[in-house]
Design a protein around this ligand. Structure first.
Ligand code: ADP
Ligand code: ADP
Length: 218
């Protein structure tokens, strides 16, 4: 059983690293942002509910997210573990896991200073179908604007604009950063459901961050 959460601000590199972890450790990646974007594209009722929050850089309400994740991890492919990318993002979401007796084995914080983030997010390009992430300068695809595996076009996310990025960083500071203390405290108090907590310098190269994660996970 291997249940991992990647914690870090928008643009820290969670999506980039989760691709590797998910393949290498054979556990499904559960990226709530990807799930929400798929719902928006499919115009489901969940998507219609979520879209306005996402476009504004706000978090989607906790009850919607908690229900979506519980449903996802009840599926057969999650029985040997899973990788959370972008969840939990509030204290209420983290507490919901504890209340449901869902343990995390590792919380890996990827730390990057916010002045780096605007460059990263405005240059980000994604392959929507897989969630694969690129950067025009820092991690370019083999052929410009095309996904390496499928050759399909890459897109720029609607919320990766200067103004929305700043808003999302503020939301991160206010609502998600408290999870750093929350999980460290669980560890310190040696609580039943406490994960291993490790922090990585996310300003290193993609390869160096990956190496640090491998060292932690063994
Ligand atoms: P998150 O999922 O945490 O929002 P991403 O993995 O999508 O972050 O990364 C944000 C952007 O930064 C992407 O364009 C990605 O290619 C780029 N990136 C990720 N890791 C690094 C790194 N270590 N150094 C430079 N750029 C990176
Ligand atoms: P990034 O990694 O760049 O921050 P995500 O793809 O994880 O972006 O999330 C995009 C948007 O989806 C968020 O700004 C938020 O509106 C919504 N979202 C994703 N995950 C959650 C979550 N766990 N709780 C609330 N809203 C979420």
């Amino acid at each position: 059983m291997l249940r991992i959460m990647l914690l870090g601000c928008p643009g820290a590199g969670k999506g980039t690293q989760s691709e590797y972890i998910s393949q290498h450790y054979a556990i499904p990646k559960i990226a709530t942002g990807d799930m929400l974007r798929a719902a928006v594209a499919a115009e489901t009722s969940l998507g219609l509910q979520a879209k306005e929050y996402m476009d504004n850089g706000q978090l989607v309400p906790d009850d919607v997210i908690i229900g979506m994740v519980k449903e996802r991890i009840s599926q057969a492919d999650c029985q040997q573990g899973f990788l959370f990318d972008g969840f939990p993002r509030t204290l209420a979401q983290a507490q919901a896991l504890i209340d449901a007796d869902i343990k995390l084995d590792y919380v890996i914080e990827i730390a990057v200073e916010s002045q780096e983030i605007v460059k990263r997010l405005t240059g980000r390009r994604v392959h929507p179908a897989s969630g694969r992430v690129y950067h025009v300068d820092f991690n370019p695809p083999k052929v410009a604007d095309q996904d390496d595996n499928t050759g399909e076009p890459l897109i720029q996310r609607d919320d990766d604009t200067d103004a929305t990025v700043l808003k999302r960083l503020k939301v991160y500071d206010e609502q998600t950063k408290p999870l750093i203390i929350f999980y460290q405290q669980l560890v310190a108090e040696d609580k039943n459901l406490a994960p291993v907590y490790q922090r990585i310098d996310g300003a290193m190269s993609v390869a160096a961050v990956r190496e640090a994660i491998s060292t932690i996970l063994g």
